[in-house]
Design a protein around this ligand. Structure first.
Ligand code: NAD
Ligand code: USQ
Length: 407
């Protein structure tokens, strides 16, 4: 395959390109003809060491991954190792050397339980996430290059209060009377209600984007992504050395992927509390397509931050547990919820913008679930069951409730 840039192809820097969403997105962008440069400092791999756990799937070093991609496709991916949150000079150097048309920003600490483990984890999450985002925005302005920033935000910024509307894409139109009683209306950022320090960091990111868009005209797309499930994509399946990360542990494992691993090894499914929590979901195949659609539609972004809800369906946790139990044949356990969150909520959200750009969503079905269970069974020998329970408590009352249950 030729490595020449295709018509319409762009230069794209992928910050956090060694991670669960970043790696398959980098490959999908590369396969689509874009020139990709990955930036990562491997802080996520170090978190695995800290937590004494490893990805279910045996992920290779980034240099092996990039080499394998070149062997399989003939395409080159460049790489820079630096800390986006603290090495500002390296960020400026990267932007001026690569002159990217777009930067996709995945480089944040993304686990809610990890962000709530201790005061040090809370501070680390805020320090990493806000400085990473702010460094990027400042460097984009300093570089003087017209760069479209595509950021991975989260549906969790909206909070999980049941509201009588489908959540809009970022903005709420409010009407208010002026001092003469005449009505006015304007769009404001949807009021945030973060449920963890991690979600708080994403809520604060939104203000950074709003400021730099207004003050400096930086073009920003903020993708409010739901919980990603699945492992492999069309590109990562091309060679075993390209396999994607799969987290199942109590800190980084997300709910549906955890249920699938638990079911595969006969561990009762860990439903937190009643399981009445409703959340937004997206399959990893759709994540990578959404990233490409966001990058390729950058010319549409003006001086208002473009927010797109990157989710395709909503499900109640207990319904997911029952579906997995039915499909795979597992028991369901209701464990004391370590999180401070509503026992039940309803949730519906708009996702017209990505659908309008051509996203044709992959729906959760039993075939896809079984494929994930097969992956979990293939690598079952790598699972450490002592790492499955979530032992990160949102506050002291959640900790004592969990201790009472286990006494
Ligand atoms: P991940 O932890 O697997 O990947 C993040 C990557 O960024 C890691 O490789 C890490 O080493 C790198 N990184 C973090 N801080 C860095 C820094 N300061 N400098 C350089 N590299 C750094 O996470 P993920 O699941 O791929 O999530 C990526 C993004 O998508 C996150 O911002 C997350 O908030 C968002 N998101 C993820 C999900 C999900 O379900 N996984 C859902 C919604 C949104
Ligand atoms: N849950 C269980 N059992 C488990 C794990 C989780 O019942 O074993 C429950 C949680 O209590 C919560 C829900 O499932 O009510 C979702 O938890 P999660 O860990 O799957 O998702 P969350 O903590 O919200 O975070 C994940 C990603 C984060 C992303 C977010 C998207 O880690 O990066 O931003 O999903 S969203 O949820 O839309 O905000």
């Amino acid at each position: 395959m030729s490595c020449r840039r295709r018509r319409g192809a762009t230069r794209v820097a992928v910050l956090g390109g060694d991670g669960f969403c970043g790696w398959p997105s980098a490959l999908h962008l590369s396969a689509s003809g874009h020139e990709v440069t990955i930036v990562d400092n491997f802080v996520r791999r170090r978190a695995d060491d800290e937590l004494g756990v490893q990805s279910l799937t045996p992920i290779r070093s980034l240099s092996d991954r990039i080499e394998a991609w070149h062997e399989v496709t003939g395409r080159r991916i460049a790489f820079a190792d630096f800390d986006v949150a603290h090495d500002y000079d390296a960020m400026i150097e990267l932007l001026t050397a690569v002159r990217p048309d777009a930067v996709v920003h995945f480089a944040e600490q993304r686990s809610a339980p990890y962000s709530m483990k201790s005061p040090s984890h809370k501070r680390q999450t805020i320090d990493n996430n806000l400085n990473a985002t702010h460094n990027l925005l400042t460097a984009v302005v300093q570089s003087g290059i017209d760069i479209h920033v595509v950021h991975l935000g989260t549906m969790g910024v909206y909070g999980y209060e049941t509201v009588p509307v489908d959540l809009p894409e970022g903005y709420l139109t409010v009407s208010y009377p002026d001092r003469h009683g005449e009505m006015h209306s304007r769009d404001i950022l949807y009021p945030t209600q973060p449920g963890s320090v991690y979600h708080l960091s994403k809520s604060l990111d939104q203000l950074l984007f709003q400021f730099y868009a207004r003050n400096d005209g930086v073009r920003v797309t903020d993708l409010h992504q739901g919980i990603v499930w699945g492992t492999q994509t069309v590109e990562t399946e091309r060679d075993p050395r390209l396999v994607n990360r799969f987290d199942y542990d109590g800190d980084y494992g997300t709910v549906l992927n955890r249920f699938l691993v638990e079911a595969a090894i006969g561990y009762p499914l860990t439903v937190h509390g009643t399981g009445g929590q409703t959340r937004a979901f997206i399959n990893i195949h759709d994540t990578v397509r959404c990233i490409r659609l966001a990058v390729e539609s950058g010319a549409q972004v003006g001086d208002q931050v473009r927010v797109m809800n990157q989710m395709t369906e909503t499900h109640r946790v207990s319904d997911l547990a029952e579906l997995v139990a039915r499909t795979v044949g597992a028991d369901v356990d209701r464990v004391t919820n370590p999180r401070q969150e509503a026992d039940e909520n309803q949730l519906a959200a708009r996702n017209d913008r990505l659908l309008g750009l051509g996203l044709a969503p992959v729906r959760l079905d039993s075939g896809l679930l079984s494929a994930e269970v097969d992956i979990a069974r293939t690598y079952a020998g790598r699972i450490d069951v002592s790492r499955i329970p979530c032992r990160s408590y949102w506050n002291e009352s959640r900790r004592s409730a969990a201790e009472e249950q286990s006494a």
